[in-house]
Design a protein around this ligand. Structure first.
Ligand SMILES: Cc1cc2nc3c(=O)[nH]c(=O)nc-3n(C[C@H](O)[C@H](O)[C@H](O)COP(=O)(O)OP(=O)(O)OC[C@H]3O[C@@H](n4cnc5c(N)ncnc54)[C@H](O)[C@@H]3O)c2cc1C
Length: 439
């Protein structure tokens, strides 16, 4: 991963353009100490820091760049409850004790995210109109219906939508039906990150920018974290670096595959056009293998994102593809001016699950959002805070596992563009697919 390339991907980011002035985060200089040191100032690191500080704990957050530089400040702002695996898959994967607890956690992540925003008075253009998952082809409905039944069995009123109902809610004739999960919502992700940071600072947390942790050493029950210009001594450590994980913890970067995803956004749409697209203000992800996600923001801009290949050419190709797909879904967007474009990486794991590990006593790692990190991270931060303060793993729903690098990581990483292309071709081949229809 080149930091320069990742920097170039946010030069025209909607979120950077509209977030407002940043708090003045200092660079770590000299020695500091705290109960808990957190490496990575994304949503997970800052939510954890806020919940520790709110309980009176002393916490320091260190970021190699700035808070929100990673996926936390680049994402689509979709607050989607649940994990990549559906509740019954979680139960069969984790067994009768851990499985139901994790399935229960998955259903409350969005609730807890919106509660956190209210509790800590974090304004981030949030709204909660529900999450539409739309079927890109008729054969995708069976999976969505199965998912809806599993959520309904847990008391959540997920609705199954016919093609006509999906069209009414989305304003697009492109989809074969879908489901509506009322728990979902959306927000401005960089305002969320800044809001979490500000709330944590107000409660005594210390947050440092441009302070990459280069080494973690253990001595006399303490951990010593070295940056270029300083050192932090802490009783416990959390590594929350997700797709931007470097070589700090041996094997950690090799436990995830960093997959690129890109977005484009229009200028605010005319009132008529805005009313015809997602009139109820829901946000969407669809069922393509290489999925597309879209919504309007608080100012009526249209945003659409999808997976793409690495490198500058990959980014240019991905932006062009997104414009094309937007016009397939909403023909009225064919001549739209796209003012913003940006991208970043999501950490994908082979089992599509998030993983918590403890590579050394008192050092926790928590990475692998699989593109579903907003609600997961806000909500998990509260539980990780409890564990980091008390040392008891009982509060975190994920089992603490052995760190397992992906076999043939280098080869699989090199194959990602090929896999993305294959998915895209298969999506185009699906009978009745959105992508096969004429715009
Ligand atoms: C374009 C895009 C769209 C997405 N859309 C959605 C969405 O709509 N909904 C959703 O739920 N999820 C979405 N995701 C995923 C979601 O953003 C991420 O899962 C989540 O934000 C990542 O977790 P985080 O915020 O804790 O980490 P990040 O924000 O990625 O933070 C990691 C930080 O670690 C720092 N770091 C790395 N190494 C070190 C070191 N050695 N020392 C100090 N600091 C270090 C980095 O500088 C970085 O700031 C999207 C992701 C992307 C990229």
């Amino acid at each position: 991963m080149s930091a320069d390339f990742q920097n170039s991907l946010i030069e025209k980011s909607l979120w950077v353009a509209t977030v407002g002035a940043a708090p003045d985060f200092p660079v770590l200089e000299g020695d500091a100490s705290c109960d808990v040191a957190i490496i990575g100032a994304g949503i997970l690191g800052l939510s954890t820091a806020l919940h520790i500080a709110a309980r009176g704990g002393s916490v320091i957050v260190l970021d190699a760049a700035t808070p929100g530089w990673g996926g936390g400040g680049r994402n689509g702002g979709q607050v989607n409850p649940g994990l990549k695996l559906d509740p019954e898959e979680l139960v069969s994967h984790f067994g009768p004790t851990a499985g139901p607890a994790l399935a229960e956690f998955a259903t409350v992540t969005a609730d807890e995210t919106f509660e956190t925003l209210v509790k800590f008075d974090i304004g981030c253009d949030h709204t909660r109109q529900g999450w539409l998952q739309l079927a890109h082809a008729p054969q995708a409905m069976a999976g969505l219906e199965r998912r809806a039944r599993q959520w309904q069995a847990r008391g959540i009123a997920v609705e199954v939508l016919s093609a006509g109902e999906a069209q009414k809610l989305s304003g697009s004739a492109a989809y074969a039906g879908g489901i509506l999960n009322p728990k979902g919502g959306s927000l401005h992700p960089l305002k969320l990150v800044r809001g979490l940071a500000q709330a944590a600072l107000t409660r005594g947390a210390r947050i440092f920018r441009d302070s990459r942790v280069m080494k973690i050493e253990q001595a006399k029950g303490q951990h010593s974290l070295a940056t270029a210009r300083g050192r932090v001594s802490a009783r416990r450590v959390l590594v929350s670096t997700d797709a931007y994980t470097d070589g700090l913890v041996p094997g950690l970067a090799q436990s995830v595959l960093p997959v690129s995803t890109f977005q484009i956004a229009s200028e605010p749409l005319s009132a008529d056009l805005a009313r015809s697209i997602l009139p109820g203000g829901q946000h969407v992800s669809d069922t393509h293998r290489s999925l597309y996600y879209f919504r309007k923001d608080a100012q009526g801009r249209f945003l659409i994102g999808g997976r793409g290949a690495y490198g500058p050419t990959g980014a240019a190709g991905a932006y062009a593809e997104l414009k094309h797909v937007a016009a397939r879904i909403y023909p009225a967007l064919a001549n739209c001016q796209w003012a913003y474009r940006w991208g970043g990486m999501v950490a994908v794991t082979e089992d599509h699950l998030f993983h918590v590990t403890e590579p050394a006593p008192g050092v926790l790692t928590a990475i692998g959002c699989n593109g579903r990190g907003v609600a997961l991270s806000v909500s998990l931060g509260k539980r990780l805070a409890e564990q980091l303060i008390t040392g008891s793993p009982a509060s975190v729903p994920f089992p603490v596992e052995r760190l397992r690098p992906v076999a043939l990581h280098g080869l699989k990483k090199a194959m990602l563009p090929v896999i993305a292309k294959t998915y895209s071709v298969l999506d185009h081949l699906d009978k009745g697919s959105v992508l096969r229809r004429k715009a």
